[in-house]
Design a protein around this ligand. Structure first.
Ligand code: 5GP
Length: 198
């Protein structure tokens, strides 16, 4: 997605060979125009999957998934990373997730009331690195007897092994920007094959 690639180049900062900072438009300040376009693109990509619910993880997954769920006319569920007094802890699905950026484990939870057996769930997240967050969410969806029909990622770091892990599970992954490398403080995108007309 050209608009997203431009935002990454113009407003992103390479913090190290493994970490990209996008606080200017996604992780701290939100570019609502860009997030709207991103959400609509996810909805277009997954329009034939008969999605019944969109799931993401707080907090940075919420902005890019909101418009997708709105367009697909489904609820949007965001898994919680922190326990809340409003949630009955006896009535949650949970999964232990290792955070790439915080370098710590957390217990991610979703109320059992929100996912039903047979739901067709679309998973959306801001980044794909080693696939920990996505695997935790898939685990939660499966505990509910529902299925994940696809994974939508805003920024995939293709030099890490998240995509491989998810593909091994037979999942369809759509990433709107795929980064091949962050070496030498430079963002290099994966070259997409040029479409043939004949
Ligand atoms: P994974 O679980 O795939 O290893 O990592 C994905 C999660 O870690 C995302 O939800 C995102 O919050 C965070 N993350 C991973 N890599 C980056 C990165 O380079 N920059 C930022 N800002 N977040 C990242």
């Amino acid at each position: 997605m050209k608009q997203l690639q431009d935002a990454i180049i113009e407003r992103g900062t390479v913090l190290s060979t493994g970490v990209l900072k996008v606080d200017q438009f996604l992780n701290h300040q939100v570019d609502t125009q860009l997030m709207t376009e991103i959400g609509l693109e996810f909805a277009r990509l997954f329009q034939d999957e008969k999605v019944t619910k969109v799931i993401t993880i707080e907090s940075s997954g919420i902005a890019p998934s909101f418009m997708c769920a709105h367009q697909l006319q489904t609820p949007l569920i965001f898994a919680r990373k922190k326990k809340s007094v409003t949630m009955n802890q006896a009535n949650v699905y949970s999964s232990r997730v290792y955070s790439f950026t915080k370098q710590e484990h957390s217990e991610v939870t979703v109320s059992k009331d929100l996912i039903e057996e047979g739901d067709r769930v679309l998973l959306i997240d801001d980044f794909l690195a080693n696939g920990e967050a996505a695997s935790g969410l898939i685990n939660i969806v499966e505990q509910a007897g529902a299925s994940v029909v696809g994974v939508g990622i805003v920024i995939e770091k293709s030099f890490q092994n998240g995509r491989k892990k998810l593909e091994e599970r037979g999942l369809r992954i759509e990433s709107l920007a795929r980064i091949a490398s962050l070496e030498q403080s430079t963002v290099t995108f994966v070259e997409e094959p040029v479409a043939q007309n004949n």
